[in-house]
Design a protein around this ligand. Structure first.
Ligand code: DX5
Ligand code: ZN
Length: 214
């Protein structure tokens, strides 16, 4: 199981230090939650922060775009240094084109699936991307409660992937802590995102090590 801490819960007055701490503790990448205050109520950061994080680590960066006009901005996040970009299909009118545009930018394309979004309607799109983020909270904030039933959704996405895209990487994102790692692995997730469980911990490095050992 790989762990990509979400920087949303990091101390932004010490961002480079926070990145170094989780990198040295063994994090496999960093999850960057981009929010525009329209697609989700919260407003976080844009390409300038992605570029700043890019300058302080070689870890893979995945940008989770919770923005209303993602197609217009994917180039900026790719040029800022994102290695992977996930979009919410509801916010992308021409999904086939946006996925092709992401690949043309040499970025791994991903889909972020909201709680209760019908999975059947995403079967073809899941076959066209490299990874899927199964949201286990409603997008917009860190520190929310895990939505029970989300592991079943991971299981369903894994079943779809076995038929249509066996190499699909499945990420679970939201409300994850060490106690949920085993269930996420059993359900078929490859990667967990954790924000508050890492950066909200008294010792983020120990929290990373605990999750990696779970
Ligand atoms: C929510 C974000 C998640 C969130 C994870 O909209 O996509 O990545 O920041 O944070 P925790 O682990 O605190 O739920
Ligand atoms: Zn996220």
């Amino acid at each position: 199981m790989r762990l990509t801490p979400s920087l949303l819960s990091a101390d932004f007055t010490r961002l480079a230090e926070e990145v170094r701490t989780v990198e040295e503790a063994g994090a496999h990448g960093l999850h960057l939650d981009v929010m525009d205050g329209h697609y989700v109520p919260n407003l976080t950061f844009g390409p300038i922060v992605v570029a700043a994080v890019r300058r302080c680590t070689d870890l893979p960066l995945d940008a989770h775009l919770m923005i209303g006009n993602a197609p217009e901005h994917i180039r900026a996040y790719a040029e800022a240094g994102a290695d992977a970009i996930a979009v919410h299909p509801e916010a992308v009118p021409h999904l086939h084109k946006t996925i092709a545009d992401l690949r043309a930018l040499a970025v791994r394309p991903g889909l972020a699936i909201n709680p209760l979004s019908p999975l059947a309607s995403l079967e073809e799109a899941l076959a066209a991307v490299d990874y899927a983020i199964v949201m286990s909270v409603n997008p917009g904030w860190g520190g929310q409660r895990f939505i029970e039933g989300s592991m079943d959704r991971v299981r369903q996405v894994r079943k779809i992937a076995e038929r249509t895209n066996p190499s699909l990487e499945i990420v679970i994102d939201g409300g994850i802590n060490a106690s949920r790692i085993a269930a996420a692995r059993d359900a078929g997730a490859d990667v967990v995102v954790a924000g508050s469980a890492v950066f909200g911990a008294a010792d983020p490095a120990a929290a990373v090590r605990e999750m990696l050992a779970a």
